[in-house]
Design a protein around this ligand. Sequence first.
Ligand SMILES: [Zn+2]
Length: 475
Amino acid sequence: MAANKIDSVRIWPSPDSTRVVFDVEQKPVFRLLAKQGSLVTLEIDGVSEPKLGKMSGASELVKSIRVQKVAGKSSVRVLLDLSRESTEKAFALPPSDRYGHRLVLDLTDVQAEQAFVAPPQPRRTSGSSSGRDIIIAIDAGHGGHDPGAVGPKGTYEKHITMAVAEKLAALLNKEPGFKAVQTRTGDYYIYPSKRPDVARSKQADLLVSIHADAAENRKASGASVWVLSLKRATTEVGRMMEQTEQHSELLGGVAEVIKDSANERYLAQTVLDLSMNHSMTTGFEVAASVLRELDHVTKLHKRQPQAASLGVLKAPDIPSILVETGYISNHNEEQKLKTASHQQKLANAMFRALKKHFQQSPPADSALAQWRGKNNLQMPAESATARSSGADTSLPASSSPTVSGPRSNTAKVAGPVLPARSEGSARLVTHKVKSGESLSMLARKYGVPMSRLRQINQLKSDNIRIGQTLRVPQS
Ligand SMILES: [Zn+2]
């Protein structure tokens, strides 16, 4: 067996899990041994030197990591002493453009995970007369070991998304009647499908996921806004209802809600459909509103909301949009996206759009709805905008949508948007993944955004396997 060596260890903590990455010289041969108390043991073959190399990062969950030789074998055991109960998963990753061979150990903090996906708390009301705040969940894309797209000058998407998210949250928290919650508040990773859980546990009215785009074509520039694809989403929900085991695989957080038999409301397909139609209609309206505002502060890549089936958008019960703030792969936009003033402009635009949307159609129990009721006669300007924009936002935006409202609006959504981005409009070729290839490498090779490859192949992460067949659009 080829001699292997551990070059370094990187620890990436997040609130509910910790990823420990061992950078190794060869493809690792390893096994996870039976857990003993708080001790997790990973045995790696073909390693003669019991050394861990350079260590970086730290996690509360991992108290200590040490390595020892296995007597009589050319193997080492890496022992991790954990501070809390956890579940473990170990897997190897092939070299990517940034890293070589890796052995990954994912530790999920059992208690923290339960708290993380806690059932929704009743919405905060500060008194029956004043109504509740409108809660906007802001999701800064990527984080931790996942930098997102990397600009030609080395700017990480994860830092841009965080900066814009912080600025948007600050604006919302200053605005009476609004409250912002953030899916991540530091530089750590959360699976895209888990991000809606945070929004759901905070009873968010809307989820806004913030990203920056990248393309092989360095000239590509401008912002775009994505909403959940109606067609694919409904087929996925259909499939999900048939295959209970795959619930969590397909829709992430929603599965927990559906599996919870106490939550009867989610068990009926029809209710789910209605809830999804309502969410998507709202998502589409907000997306269009965000685009109108972004148009004042940056170039637009696409003037219409784009439909995709991305993990973070897949909560059928929470209206969700994904904002690509610009192309980090474009020299000029990378420079702009890095500046606090441009980040502030983007946040201001999103804030104006959200504020307008919810002023026009506030949830019935919100403070905004009550203020609007009292000041009805003083707000003709707002109503006029609602009419002229063509969006019927006067429908009560409660959680029980009427069939006529969302249904009729959904038809509008499905019409112009879906064909533009559905696979039917582009020729597809297949690519069988070879050793050493990563999703970002293939994205560059074929000149297709990574987000598009993820969407078409329904990938939950950027990890691909050797031998996996991917579908690649050819424009
Ligand atoms: Zn991104």
